[in-house]
Write a protein that binds this ligand. Structure first.
Ligand SMILES: Nc1ncnc2c1ncn2[C@@H]1O[C@H](COP(=O)(O)OP(=O)(O)O)[C@@H](O)[C@H]1O
Ligand SMILES: [Mg+2]
Length: 339
C-alpha cells in the first residue's frame, strides 16, 4: 500500500534498531493496531551524498515483488506500507530534504541467527542462534523437530525463483528465528538478481549459487561442539561468495570431518551444485531434505552425551540481557528445557 509521508505519523518511531550497508532501520509502533513494526529508509550516509539511487532501485524491486506475491510469500517480514520518493524531514525530524522511499514492515519475532558486526566487536555471542538452532540442534523443538531452517530458507528462494529471479545473500544476519515456534522470518530480500549464462567475461549465475550459500550457512560441516564456548562464534561469514573456491573449501571440510553417512550424503550434492546439474528447485529440495533427515537421526544419538551438556550450557546464554533488544524473552526457550 502506497502512503503519503504525512501518513507515516501513524508509525511512532522508537529509536534505531539496526543498519546495513544499504538501509537505516527504526523500531516503531503502529498506533492504530499496537503492532511492532520497523521503518526502513536508505542509509543517511548515502542520502547526504545523494548516493542512494541504486538502493532506491533495490527497494523498488523488493516492493514490487512483495506486493505481487502478498501472502504467497512465506517466511518473509510482511510489507505493511511504503511511500513514493519524497522528502520526509518532518517525520524523521532531521532536515534531510533529499527525496527517498520509506518502507514499513512487520517487526520479526525472535533473534537474528547471527547478530550485527557491532555486537560482535562488543563480544556478544552473536553466532549463538545460528549454532544452537540451524547448525547443531542437539535439542530439537518438540513439535517442529530439528534441521528445519535450511528448508524454510530454501522455500523463500523458491518463491522468488518462480518469479524468474535469483535471491542471494539470505545470510544468517538476514534471518530471524523465534525459538518458541521454531519459525524463521527473513528480514532482507534486497539482493535480487537475474539468471545469466556463463560468458568469456563472467561466470554463470543461477540457483546453484544460492544452493552453495545455503550449504555455507545452514548445513553443519562437522559434529556438534563439545564445549559451550564454541557455540558463540558465527560460522561461514568470511567475505563474499566465490563459487568454485567456496565449493572446494566446503568439499575439503566435509571430507575431513565426516568419514561416515553425512559425508557420503553431502559430497554428491556439492558435486551437482558445482556442475550446475539441478534442473529444478524441487530436485535440490529432495536431496536437501534427505540429507537433513539423516542429520536429524544422527543428532538423536547425542542425547545424554557431553555434546548435549555443551548445547544446554550454550542455550542458557540466551537468558542474558543482550537478547532482550529483540522480540524475545527467556521463556521462549521453554520448548528446549528438560521439563
Ligand atoms: N523486519 C525486521 N524485524 C526486525 N529487525 C529488522 C527488520 N528489518 C531489519 N531489521 C534490522 O535492521 C538491520 C538492517 O536491515 P536490512 O533490511 O538487513 O538492511 P540492509 O539491506 O542494509 O542489510 C537488520 O540487520 C536487522 O537487525
Ligand atoms: Mg541486511
Amino acid at each position: 500500500m502506497e502512503i503519503k509521508s504525512r501518513d507515516l505519523g501513524r508509525y511512532k518511531l522508537e529509536g534505531a534498531l539496526g543498519e546495513g550497508a544499504d538501509l537505516e532501520v527504526f523500531a516503531a509502533t503502529d498506533t492504530q493496531t499496537g503492532a511492532s513494526v520497523v521503518v526502513k529508509r536508505p542509509h543517511p550516509t548515502l542520502l547526504s551524498r545523494g548516493r542512494h539511487r541504486s538502493v532506491e532501485r533495490r527497494m523498488a524491486d523488493t516492493i514490487a515483488i512483495k506486493e505481487r506475491l502478498g501472502l504467497a510469500l512465506p517466511h518473509v517480514a510482511p510489507l505493511l506500507a511504503h511511500t513514493a520518493q519524497e522528502p520526509h524531514a518532518d517525520y524523521f525530524g532531521d532536515g534531510t530534504d533529499e527525496r527517498y522511499t520509506v518502507v514499513v514492515e512487520a517487526r520479526a519475532a525472535g533473534v537474528p541467527l547471527v547478530g550485527s558486526a557491532i555486537d560482535g566487536i562488543k563480544r556478544h555471542p552473536i553466532g549463538l542462534p545460528q549454532n544452537l538452532f540451524a547448525l547443531h540442534p542437539v535439542k530439537a523443538h518438540p513439535e517442529r523437530g530439528a534441521f528445519t531452517i535450511a528448508g524454510e530458507v530454501l522455500a523463500v528462494a523458491e518463491v522468488f525463483h518462480s518469479q524468474g529471479v535469483v535471491l542471494l545473500d539470505l545470510r544468517p544476519q538476514n534471518v530471524y528465528f523465534d525459538p518458541a515456534t521454531a519459525a524463521i522470518t527473513v528480514i532482507d530480500v534486497g539482493n535480487i538478481t537475474l539468471e545469466r549464462e556463463a560468458t568469456g567475461r563472467h561466470p554463470a549465475l543461477d540457483m546453484h549459487d544460492f544452493y552453495l550459500e545455503l550449504f555455507k550457512w545452514y548445513v553443519p560441516s562437522g559434529p556438534p561442539p563439545q564445549e559451550a564456548r564454541a557455540y558463540a562464534e558465527p560460522y561461514g561469514m568470511d567475505s563474499v561468495t566465490r563459487f568454485t573456491s567456496d565449493l572446494d573449501a566446503l568439499s575439503r571440510v566435509f571430507a575431513m570431518n565426516f568419514t561416515d553417512d553425512m559425508g557420503s550424503r553431502a559430497m554428491p550434492i556439492l558435486e551437482k551444485i558445482r556442475s550446475r546439474l539441478y534442473a529444478t528447485v524441487g530436485e535440490f529440495r529432495l536431496d536437501l531434505e534427505e540429507m537433513m533427515r539423516g542429520l536429524s537421526d544422527e543428532y538423536l544419538a547425542y542425547s545424554g552425551t557431553a555434546s548435549e551438556q555443551a548445547w544446554q550450557e550454550a542455550a542458557r546464554l540466551m537468558t542474558a540481557p543482550h537478547w532482550s533488544q529483540f522480540l524475545f524473552s527467556p521463556e521462549d526457550m521453554a520448548p528446549y528445557s528438560e521439563f
